[in-house]
Design a protein around this ligand. Sequence first.
Ligand SMILES: [Zn+2]
Length: 328
Amino acid sequence: MAIITSNPQPLCALCGSAGNVVQTGISDPDGNLDGTWGFQRCANPECGVCWLDPAPPPDELWKAYATYHTHTRKSGNRAARAALSLVHRLIRLGLLPLWICNGLKREADYLRFMTLANEPTGTLLDVGCGGGRLLNRMKKHGWRVEGTDFDAQATQKVTARYGIKTHVGDLARCGLPANSFDAITMSQAIEHLYDPAATLRECLRILKPGGLLVMTTPNVDSLGANGFGAFWRGWEAPRHLHLFSVGSLRRLTQRAGFEVIEARTYSAGAAVVYRVSRTLQRAKNLSWLDQLGLLLWGYRKESQEYRAQALQPNTGQNILLRARKPLN
Ligand SMILES: [Zn+2]
């Protein structure tokens, strides 16, 4: 296992207030880094964001990404994995409509284009573009797209594979022109930032007046976070540096100068988080039959979580926030 330095973070980096511990004992879910981490929630009611404590310093953070999303626990033989993958695909296609309800399908469709499917197309920037799949989808849909990411290898691939212009590094240092984008998307990205407030202010600067910002991020107040404790996959320590509730993300976005149009949680896609969290909790090698059981269980939980929203709003796995840059 690799070692990464982690320094105590007693105060909220966004407002300077003290916090309360919400979770301790979180291991690297990929199993590559030695140590455990925790999260605190800012006690300032005007803020309320959660932050990683202790946290790696910026010059060591690359270690946390050295094997990010490339290491997966694999057990069983190839045939078993193929069978699991087939079941997965059948469920996604709706051919095994076990627990799929229309509401979840609507959510998934709404998020496929980051809620922009019916907006007039224009210029779009995806912050934290990763492998560029969303950018390519938006490009095919008629948007003129650009992407940014901290990972230079990823941005080079996006440019080579899709012919899309990319920028490397912190958005504030990309030097993009003011008032130049009709929309900015940040899909599962803001939680990776040391200073999400600075990035939001930069988004405001480079958006055209009336331009849209659409973000998704894990919900620290989700049923999954409450139920799994340290095993919740959404903690993603030490790569997630800040986590939000609907309220704290709304306040942060408003403080940056945006008008928030929509802020709520959703459950589409939560099945995988349930499945992986449960796998981490069990901490043993699972037979392919166990894995099949967990796959189906994950979809059932996703559906249950979706329905629970009627009585417990804002407890879905992920947050969706849409905001607009004021016209003047
Ligand atoms: Zn704070």
